[in-house]
Design a protein around this ligand. Structure first.
Ligand code: FAD
Ligand code: UDP
Length: 388
């Protein structure tokens, strides 16, 4: 272990970025632990037997306004300029999301003129309004409209996704998919949207293929590193180097302040002998079906194949040792978990050679771009203290 001054736990975006920077910029050796059998974390994809790039842990699209993220990641990949479209299947119609004037016209026929006028009186064209704002509206037309959209799009979908009414969760959750005042043509409105031309896994391969990086797959960092009284031990000796941890924060501290809740998912994959199953990559099902969405993967890279692969996505409560739902996908945003997390955060800040980054270690709903930005920031901090 004397060989390594830098240890990274986890090879998703957060861990891979920090490891790559240490290896390339500091020219130091890094040991990366990844407990899965592959890198990429939840962004992992693979070419399946039909020749289609499939995202094993759900559909991933890079969408960002950060030129720093684009510049950084473009060192390792070319991009396919995919623009993400999502439809919701409601009463047998495809309604584009975010819910916009097209949805008003399809689902609220007869009232559409009056409603569009009322919305434009209250909001600016192009404005993005979270549905809870409409629910609080003083204007009864707008409030009724909010109730309609909430019921049709958000309530049942979110109950499946989170197990609770979304109004009991942090506002950040519903803010992600606002109602759009006007017409829009993509799920996201960032200036950049794309997918690595050869898939996310080839991006990770390029990042981590470095003589300074040793990657250990199928190995949990905690098997080798023990944390006692704010110090890490390796084989009984104090480890003085730097540790970057991107796994679950409660697990790192043996759940001493209680378990944090996460939502998990199950993906049921199917091959279907048809060229196109649905018109866009992702169709949400905000109704009574048990699954939340169906993804048809060939749309992402516009792959022309005679057959197609889809996945149905079933949410469930995360169970660390369960046979199913044993991957922590989403931090669960309520007051109780926030309070528990803050205790772990404080505890982590007292371990002087520990850095935490990512969705699991910071218990934060990071998209990939923000996970990359955070990891770059952690690297800058590491650089600063090691070059003192
Ligand atoms: P992860 O990807 O979870 O990686 C953590 C890694 O650490 C894992 O590989 C894990 O096995 C490993 N690990 C954990 N503990 C240990 C340990 N003790 N020892 C060794 N290894 C360990 N973002 C977007 O920008 N666009 C999207 O379209 C998008 N779609 C998404 C769809 C779904 C269904 C989900 C769940 C997320 C989506 N995201 C999307 C978010 C994206 O997945 C995250 O931003 C990103 O994965 C965060 O990377 P991370 O490294 O922090 O975490
Ligand atoms: N949401 C919903 N219906 C939809 C789409 C989203 O209720 O058709 C809610 C749901 O609570 C979801 C949140 O909005 O968790 C954020 O949606 P997003 O598509 O960003 O979810 P993610 O990609 O993170 O799963």
């Amino acid at each position: 272990m004397n060989e390594y001054k830098f240890i990274v736990a986890g090879a998703g975006f957060s861990g891979a970025v920090v490891a790559e920077r240490i290896a390339n910029i500091l020219n130091e050796k890094v040991l990366v632990y990844e407990k899965r059998e592959h890198t990429g974390g939840n962004a992992y994809d693979y070419l399946n037997e039909n020749g289609i790039y499939v995202h094993k842990y759900g559909p991933h699209i890079l969408h960002t306004d950060s030129q720093d993220v684009i510049n950084y990641l473009s060192q390792f990949t070319e991009w396919y300029g995919y623009r993400h479209k999502v439809f919701a299947k409601i009463d047998n119609s495809y309604i584009p999301l975010p819910f916009d004037f097209k949805g008003v016209e399809i689902l609220l026929k007869g009232k559409e003129k009056r409603l569009k006028k009322a919305l434009l009186n209250r909001y600016k064209e192009g404005e993005k309004v979270p549905v809870y704002k409409l629910l609080e509206s003083q204007d009864s037309d707008l409030r009724e409209f909010g109730e309609f959209v909430f019921e049709k799009i958000f309530l049942h979908y979110s109950k499946k996704q989170w197990g609770v009414n979304p109004l009991t969760l942090s506002k950040e959750v519903l803010k992600r998919v606002p109602v759009y005042i006007g017409y829009t043509d993509s799920y996201f409105d960032n200036k950049f949207q794309g997918i690595p031309a050869k898939g996310f896994s080839s991006l990770f391969e390029k990042m981590l293929n470095n003589k300074n990086i040793k990657l250990m797959l199928k190995k949990d960092f905690r098997e080798d590193f023990k944390l006692r009284e704010r110090k890490f031990y390796y084989k009984g000796k104090v480890f003085e180097g730097i540790i970057v941890y991107t796994g679950e924060i409660d697990y790192l501290f043996d759940f001493k302040y209680g378990k944090l809740s996460y939502r998990s998912l199950r993906f049921d994959f199917e091959d279907i002998s048809t060229e196109e199953f649905q018109p866009v990559a992702v169709v949400n099902y905000p109704g009574k079906e048990k699954f939340t969405r169906i993804t048809e993967y060939k749309h992402f890279l516009n792959q022309k194949v005679k057959i197609t692969t889809i996945s149905k996505e079933y949410p469930g409560e995360y169970k660390r040792d369960g046979a199913d739902f044993n991957i922590p996908y989403y931090p669960f945003f309520d007051k109780k978990n926030e309070e528990i997390y803050l205790k772990y955060k404080k505890e982590a800040s007292l371990v002087k050679n520990l850095f935490t980054a990512g969705r699991l270690a910071e218990y934060k709903y990071y998209n990939m771009d923000n996970a990359v930005l955070r990891a770059l920031k952690v690297f800058e901090e590491i650089k600063r203290i090691t070059q003192k």
